[in-house]
Design a protein around this ligand. Structure first.
Ligand code: ADP
Length: 775
C-alpha cells in the first residue's frame, strides 16, 4: 500500500456553524507500508520512503529516458498556464513556478491544480515511478487544455479574473483536498442522523411518540452540532429508539411447574406461596390481568426479594429490582424535564431500557422507606405507576410521551405498612411474610443457605460439615432476627474460616472424640477453657487425613464467631414487683419487651422513658386511669394506703432499650399488668408474655403481628402468652410445634389478663388488711 507523508502546517478549527477542521499539509514524499504494527487507536506502521530514494538512486539512469517525457509535460503545462489570464497574480506565480521547480515535482503539483477527480489524484499519488507519473498526468493536462479551448470558444472571456481561475478549479474543488476529513465527518454525522431517523421510523413506538420523535429529528437536522441541545436531543432520540415499545418476552406459565419451582427455591412461607400461585393462576387464565399489585410485607431477610425473583423465573420474564429506600425526589421515579442540564429519565423508564422488554417483573424494594422532600413526593409519583387504571399511559417527564406500563408486573416489598402512604397502600394487596421459627430456620439453613454458601466459597460437603445442633446454636446464640440474613452471614463467616484451613491444606478439627459424644450441651461445658483453645490452636497435632470433613461444633463456632452474643435472661428479670414482659412488633420482627415501673413520693406525675411514640404514651395514661378507677375493686393502694393511686405518688414507667423508638397500642395490657404488680406488690410470672390494646372500660382489643410476637416469645423461652381473644384466629398461622411449646391465654378483658399473669390469679380481694400487709 502506498501513501503520502505530509507535514501538518496548520490546523484551523471552528465551531460555527458546525464543529469542523481545516487541515493544511505539505506533502513530503511517497512511502510504502511494510508492516502494519497496530491499528488502534491510530494506525502505526513500518514504512519505506519511495520516491526520493528512487529519484536519488536512479537519477543518472532515468534522466535520459525521462528527458523527453518531462519536456513534453513541461510544454503542455506552459501551454495550459498561458491560456489563462497572466494578469492574475496567482497565474503569474504559477508560470514562474513551472520554470523554477524541478521537473519531477511538476506532475504532483499540476495534478492538484487542474480539474481532476479524486480518483485521478490518488492514482497520481500511487504512481511511484516518475515515468509513470508523467505518462499519467499528460493526458489530464491535455484534457484540461481541450476543455479550456472549448470554453473559450463558446464563451466570451470574462473580465472577472478571479472567476476565470475558479473556472479551472471549481470552487467545490478548491477546498476539497484540505477538507476531506471534515466532509467525511459531516457525512458521517449526517448518516447517523439518517440512520436514527430510519430507526425511529422502523421502531414500533406509539403514534404519539413517533410524532414527537420525527419533530425532534427535524430540529436535530437543522441544529448545529455545537449546540448543547444537539447532544440532548440526540440522547433523547436514542433512548426513544431503545425503549421496548413493543418488545416483550413470551410468558411460559405452567402452574404446576411454578409450584415446584417456588417450593424448590423457598422453604416454608406457605401463605405467601399460596397467594403467589393464585395470582399466577389467574394470570394464566386471563392474560392481561389488571389485578392488584402484590406487596410483601415482613421483616428483613425473610425472602421477599428472592420470592420476587422466583416469580420472574417461573414466568420466564426479565427481573429488575428498583431500590426505593431513601428516594425522596419524585423525579427519581418520573424523570427530569428535558429542560434541565443533565436531565434523565426516571427509574421506571431506565429499568425498562435496561431489561429491553416491556413486560418484566419490577420489584419495588422497600416502598415503606420512600422519603419526602421539597422535590416532591415520590410516593405520589408511584401512584400513577402502580394504578392499573392509569399506568397504561405513564408519562415520564423526560420522555414527555406516554409509555404503556400495563404489561409490567409490579411487586413491592416493605418492612412495615405503617409508613407506606395510605393512597399507595390502597393500590396494593398486602401479603404478610412473618419471621421464621427456629425449626424453619434450621431447615432453610440446611436446604438452601449452607449449600449456597459452600458453593460460593468453593467448598464441598466433603470438606465441611455443619450439624443441625450447630445451626441451632448459631440461630439462638449468635443471631436474633426474624429472617435469615444474619444467619446466612454467620454461615458465610464459617465457610470463609474453613476455606482458609482447606486452602492451607491444614485441617482444623475440634476433637473428634468430643464430636461423637458431644451432642449434649453438658459434656461440652466440662471442657475447660484451656482444652478448648488447645483444640483450636494445636491444629497440626490433631490434623486429620484430608478426606475427613471439618466438623463445625460448638467450640469451632466459638473460635470462628467469637463468644455467643445472646443469652437467655428472662427469669432473672422478674424478681421484683413492677416488671412485666410485653411483646412488641418491630419492622425487624417480633421482640420481647420488658416494661418496668417504680413509684416514689411526689405529686401524682407520670414519667415515661424509653423513646415512646404518642400512641404508647396514651396507652400508659389509659392504663393508669383504668387502674385508678378499679383500685378499690382490686384493693390496690399507694404507699400510704390510699385508693387514690397517684395521691402523693409519682410513677415512672420505663421501656428499656431506649435506642429503639416504640409506638403502637399493643403494650396496653403489659403496662396494666406491670402497674398492677407494682401497686399490689406481687410478682408477675416470669414465663408470661402478653400483648393487647386496652380501652378505658377494661376491654382487650386485637393487635397485629401476632405470629412475629409469638415467635419472639418462643425464641426467648417463654411459656405462656396472653393475647386478645379476637386474635385467636391468627394462631393458626403458627407452626404446630411452636404452638405445642406454648400455652395461650385468650383475654377479652383486663380481668382475664391479670388473672393469667399472676400466679394464683388476681382476683378481687375483699380483705383490706392482707393487702396492707403486703405494702
Ligand atoms: P428480604 O428481601 O425479605 O429482605 P431476601 O429475599 O433478600 O430478604 O432474602 C435473604 C436471603 O435469605 C436470600 O438469600 C434468600 O434466598 C434467603 N431466604 C429467605 N427465606 C428463605 C426461604 N424460605 N427459603 C430459602 N431461602 C430463603
Amino acid at each position: 500500500r502506498i501513501g503520502t507523508a505530509a507535514l501538518a502546517v496548520q490546523v484551523v478549527g471552528s465551531n460555527w456553524p458546525k464543529p469542523h477542521y481545516t487541515l493544511l499539509v505539505t506533502g513530503l514524499c511517497r512511502f510504502q507500508i511494510l508492516q502494519l504494527l497496530k491499528e488502534k487507536p491510530y494506525p502505526v506502521a513500518e514504512v519505506e520512503q519511495l520516491d526520493r530514494l528512487e529519484q536519488f538512486t536512479n537519477q543518472h539512469k532515468s534522466e535520459e529516458e525521462l528527458g523527453e517525457l518531462s519536456e513534453q509535460f513541461y510544454k503542455y503545462a506552459v501551454q495550459l498556464v498561458e491560456m489563462l489570464d497572466m494578469s492574475v497574480p496567482a497565474v503569474a506565480k504559477l508560470r514562474r513556478l513551472l520554470d523554477n521547480l524541478p521537473r519531477e515535482a511538476l506532475p504532483d503539483i499540476l495534478t492538484s491544480i487542474i480539474r481532476t477527480s479524486n480518483q485521478e489524484k490518488l492514482q497520481i499519488l500511487d504512481a511511484v515511478r516518475l515515468e509513470e507519473r508523467f505518462k499519467m498526468t499528460i493526458p489530464l493536462l491535455v484534457r484540461q487544455i481541450e476543455g479550456l479551448k472549448l470554453l473559450q470558444k463558446t464563451r466570451k472571456p470574462k473580465q472577472d479574473d478571479d472567476k476565470r481561475v475558479v473556472a479551472i478549479r471549481p470552487s467545490r474543488r478548491i477546498s476539497h483536498i484540505p477538507s476531506t476529513t471534515e466532509d467525511d465527518e459531516e457525512e458521517e454525522d449526517h448518516d447517523d442522523v439518517v440512520m436514527l431517523e430510519k430507526k425511529i421510523r422502523t421502531s414500533s413506538m406509539s403514534e404519539q411518540a413517533l410524532k414527537v420523535c420525527l419533530k425532534e429529528i427535524k430540529r436535530l437536522k437543522k441544529m448545529p452540532q455545537s449546540m448543547p441541545e444537539y447532544a440532548l436531543t440526540r440522547n433523547y432520540l436514542e433512548l426513544m429508539v431503545e425503549l421496548p415499545w413493543n418488545k416483550s418476552t413470551k410468558d411460559r406459565l405452567e402452574i404446576r411447574a411454578a409450584r415446584i419451582l417456588l417450593d424448590n427455591d423457598h422453604y416454608a412461607m406457605e401463605k405467601l406461596k399460596k397467594r403467589v400461585l393464585e395470582y399466577l393462576a389467574v394470570r394464566q387464565l386471563k392474560n392481561n390481568l389488571k389485578g392488584p399489585i402484590l406487596c410483601f410485607v415482613g421483616p428483613p431477610g425473610v425472602g421477599k426479594t428472592s420470592v420476587g425473583r422466583s416469580i420472574a423465573k417461573t414466568l420466564g420474564r426479565e427481573f429488575h429490582r428498583i431500590a426505593l429506600g431513601g428516594v425522596c425526589d419524585q423525579s427519581d421515579i418520573r424523570g427530569h424535564r428535558r429542560t434541565y442540564v443533565g436531565s434523565m429519565p426516571g427509574r421506571i423508564i431506565n429499568g425498562l431500557k435496561t431489561v429491553g422488554v416491556n413486560n418484566p417483573v419490577f420489584l419495588l424494594d422497600e416502598v415503606d422507606k420512600l422519603g419526602k422532600s421539597l422535590q416532591g413526593d415520590p410516593a405520589a409519583a408511584l401512584l400513577e405507576v402502580l394504578d392499573p387504571e392509569q399506568n397504561h399511559s405513564f408519562t415520564d417527564h423526560y420522555l414527555n410521551v406516554a409509555f404503556d406500563l400495563s404489561q409490567v408486573l409490579f411487586i413491592a416489598t416493605a418492612n412495615t405498612t405503617a409508613t407506606i402512604p395510605p393512597a399507595l397502600l390502597d393500590r396494593m394487596e398486602i401479603i404478610q411474610v412473618p419471621g421464621y421459627t427456629q425449626e424453619e430456620k434450621i431447615e432453610i439453613a440446611h436446604r438452601h443457605l449452607i449449600p449456597k454458601q459452600l458453593e460460593q466459597h468453593g467448598l464441598t460437603p466433603q470438606q465441611i460439615q455443619i450439624p443441625q445442633v450447630t445451626t441451632l446454636d448459631i440461630i439462638t446464640r449468635y443471631t436474633r432476627e426474624a429472617g435469615v440474613r444474619s444467619l446466612d452471614r454467620k454461615l458465610g463467616a464459617i465457610c470463609r474460616a474453613v476455606a482458609v484451613k482447606v486452602a492451607e491444606g491444614q485441617h482444623k478439627e475440634t476433637k473428634p472424640d468430643r464430636a461423637e459424644v458431644g451432642e449434649g450441651e453438658d459434656c461440652k461445658e466440662h471442657v475447660t477453657e484451656d482444652a478448648k483453645t488447645e483444640s483450636i490452636s494445636d491444629t497440626a497435632d490433631l490434623a486429620l487425613p484430608p478426606e475427613m470433613p471439618i466438623l463445625i461444633d460448638f467450640h469451632a463456632l466459638k473460635d470462628i464467631l467469637g463468644p455467643p452474643m445472646y443469652e437467655m435472661e428472662v427469669s432473672e428479670r422478674l424478681s421484683q414487683p413492677g416488671v412485666a414482659i410485653g411483646l412488641a412488633w418491630t419492622p425487624l420482627g417480633g421482640e420481647i419487651m420488658f416494661v418496668e415501673a417504680s413509684r416514689m413520693d411526689g405529686e401524682g406525675q407520670l414519667t415515661l422513658t424509653g423513646q415512646l411514640g404518642d400512641v404508647m404514651k396514651e396507652s400508659a395514661h389509659l392504663a393508669i386511669s383504668w387502674l385508678r378507677s378499679n383500685a378499690k375493686r382490686y384493693q390496690l393502694t399507694n404507699a400510704s394506703g390510699s385508693f387514690d393511686l397517684l395521691d402523693n405518688t409519682d410513677i415512672h414507667l420505663h421501656f428499656p432499650a431506649g435506642a429503639v423508638t416504640k409506638d403502637g397500642p399493643s403494650a396496653g395490657v403489659t403496662i396494666v399488668t406491670c402497674l398492677a404488680s407494682l401497686f399490689s406488690g406481687r410478682l408477675v410470672c416470669s414465663d408470661v408474655a402478653m400483648t393487647g390494646e386496652i380501652t378505658l372500660r377494661g376491654l382487650v382489643l386485637p393487635v397485629g403481628g401476632i405470629k412475629d410476637k409469638v415467635l419472639a416469645a418462643h425464641r426467648a423461652g417463654l411459656k405462656r402468652i396472653i393475647i386478645p381473644r379476637r386474635n385467636e384466629k391468627d394462631l393458626e398461622e403458627i407452626a404446630v410445634n411452636v404452638r405445642q411449646d406454648l400455652t395461650f391465654v385468650m383475654a377479652s378483658c383486663l380481668d382475664e389478663v391479670l388473672n393469667a399473669a399472676f400466679d394464683g390469679g388476681f382476683a378481687v380481694k375483699p380483705r383490706v388488711e392482707r393487702l396492707n400487709s403486703k405494702l
